[in-house]
Design a protein around this ligand. Structure first.
Ligand SMILES: Cc1ncc(COP(=O)(O)O)c(C=O)c1O
Length: 304
């Protein structure tokens, strides 16, 4: 395994050739945005599949537009260069891809008018994000950022301080992950993943108006639940007590994948084990990410 090459401003170069100034806007003020993409290794086929890579780069370009970070590449250029990088790094295990677009200019003042726009993309092996198959979580006292404050949907680097504070609070008390509430008390999402509940035969997830990031995994889960399991999927606000009373709860996200939650604030969810629907969705998800389901072949771009 060799992950020593990166993409820097449109070219594949050794990582040792890339550096960031301590005076840069991204280091001083967090003026950047990023994506998280996974490429899944199929041992059966000795193949690596980049999952919904075009959709991730579409979202990166939207984030860049909102933040005035001007990077001169198309979705196809970014995707195909990333596939080349995975090959160059000889990635033969499930790999996380992290593109970061940022303001590299120096000088005092947090200005997004700075015209030094840069893009770096690196790869790193990543198995299970938490190392656990079932999570015990807690609602954090930190509120989720609002869209007109620091838009969570732009995956802005600076917004992840909000996530980090929530994680610090709950993980230092022994929980596996945090859940944010919005400022009007609705369930929002985790620090880096979306949330679903299953209740009375319906799969329910908070709507974009509750300040979530519209996750690509979330969208995939909704599609699988409707098309493969015939479930009704509803986007609507969820209250904290409704969460406690759910039959099942699970997270979805590129890093988190599909991971069941078995307790919230020390309240046992369902019978305290990963639920049947959560497990079915998880299995369907791993089948499509590893290229086993031809119906969803368009979501997987082969590297080799
Ligand atoms: C705050 C937040 N919510 C949700 C997600 C899940 O999004 P996706 O499924 O596109 O990875 C992420 C991960 O990018 C995230 O950072």
């Amino acid at each position: 395994m060799n992950n020593s090459y990166v993409i820097y401003n449109g070219k594949i170069v050794p990582e040792s050739e890339v550096s960031i100034s301590i005076r840069s806007k991204v280091f001083n003020y967090g003026l950047g945005c990023f994506e998280g993409i996974r490429a899944y290794y199929s041992e059966r086929e000795d193949q690596l599949y980049a999952f919904r890579i075009d959709d991730h780069y579409k979202r990166l370009l939207q984030s860049c537009k909102a933040l005035n970070i001007n990077i001169p590449y198309t979705v196809e250029e970014l995707s195909s260069l990333t596939l080349e990088l995975l090959k160059k790094n000889n990635c033969k295990t499930t790999t996380y891809i992290r593109p970061v677009a940022y303001k590299g200019g120096e000088g005092i003042g947090p200005t997004l008018l700075d015209d030094d726009n840069r893009l770096v993309i690196y790869t790193q092996p990543l198995g299970s994000y938490t190392g656990k198959t079932e999570l015990s979580v807690a609602v954090t006292s930190w509120q989720r950022l609002e869209d007109n404050m620091l838009p969570p949907r732009t995956k802005a680097t600076a917004a992840y301080l909000n996530s980090a504070l929530a994680s610090l609070e709950v993980k230092s008390k022994g929980y596996d992950e945090a859940i944010f509430l919005t400022n009007n008390g609705h369930i929002c999402e985790g620090p880096g993943e979306n949330l679903f509940i299953f209740k009375k035969g319906k799969l329910i997830t908070p709507p974009p108006s509750d300040n979530i990031l519209e996750g690509i995994t979330r969208e995939t889960v909704m599609e699988l639940a409707e098309k493969e399991l015939g479930l009704t999927v509803v986007e609507r606000s969820i209250s904290r007590n409704e969460l406690y009373a759910s039959d099942e709860v699970f997270f979805s996200g590129t890093a988190m994948e599909v991971t069941p939650v078995i307790s919230v604030d020390d309240r046992v969810i369902g019978d305290g084990k990963a639920g049947e629907v959560s497990n079915k969705i998880k299995d369907l998800f791993f089948d499509i990410t590893t290229g086993k389901n031809p119906k969803y072949a368009d979501y997987c771009r082969p590297v080799y």
